[in-house]
Design a protein. Structure first.
Length: 211
């Protein structure tokens, strides 16, 4: 009689531990210039230096990642490690990179700190643009995601190469399995359990993706 084995993907991030459990079946046991920004306690931002470095920084980040389709800004959740490109035009015509801190903030030098944790990309952009608008009058702004965060995944159980791998926030269970060279011949791909930090467990039928 066949018994069930369990594959466990362990998601490690700066916040703690999450698990993805992949149930298996087998026949074994169960297992420009400086600009003074308008604020009382502000410091100068050398926007010219930002401009000089942006081609070296921004373009490689855009090129290093390939996606199946455009990111949905109303669905993508911002988190620590995401990098954003903020553009200003009107009185100024500049742009600069900023990232989401481990605490979930986007720091706009000389302007404000904006909490974007648990916000979608579109919601975070609205908050950032509002903060910029308070400092720069008669200007327009845009916020774009240029680099997505990564987190470490430990894949153990009935896969060919158990180990730790890095995934992006838009990657799926199948991407983690592919990094581990796929399931073993004993694995059951119809009952993959994804365990979240919150304790929630989702069950995925991987075979549905190949119908």
């Amino acid at each position: 009689m066949k018994s069930r084995l369990f594959l466990i993907l362990v998601f490690l991030s700066s916040f703690g531990l999450a698990q993805v459990t992949l149930p298996e079946t087998n026949e074994g046991d169960e297992s420009s210039s400086k600009i003074q920004l308008p604020s009382s306690n502000v410091f100068d931002i050398d926007l010219r230096n930002m401009s000089r470095s942006r081609d070296r920084i921004i373009q490689p980040q855009l090129l290093e990642q390939a996606y199946e389709s455009a990111i949905d800004s109303s669905q993508y959740m911002l988190g620590p490690g995401d990098q954003l490109l903020v553009k200003i035009w009107g009185v100024l015509d500049e742009q600069f990179l900023t990232g989401v801190t481990p605490e979930g903030y986007v720091i706009i030098p000389g302007v404000d700190e904006v909490l974007v944790s648990e916000k979608t990309l579109s919601e975070g952009a609205i908050l950032i643009e509002a903060a910029m608008g308070r400092a720069f009058r008669n200007s327009q702004f845009s916020v774009r995601l240029v680099k997505m965060r990564k987190f470490r995944v430990s894949v153990v159980g009935e896969v060919e190469f158990p180990g730790s791998y890095f995934l992006r926030s838009v990657d799926r269970v199948i991407d983690a399995l592919q990094l581990a060279n796929g399931l073993s011949s004993w694995a059951d791909d119809t009952r993959i359990q994804v365990r979240h930090l919150s304790g929630k467990v989702d069950t995925v039928n991987l075979s549905e993706f190949f119908l």
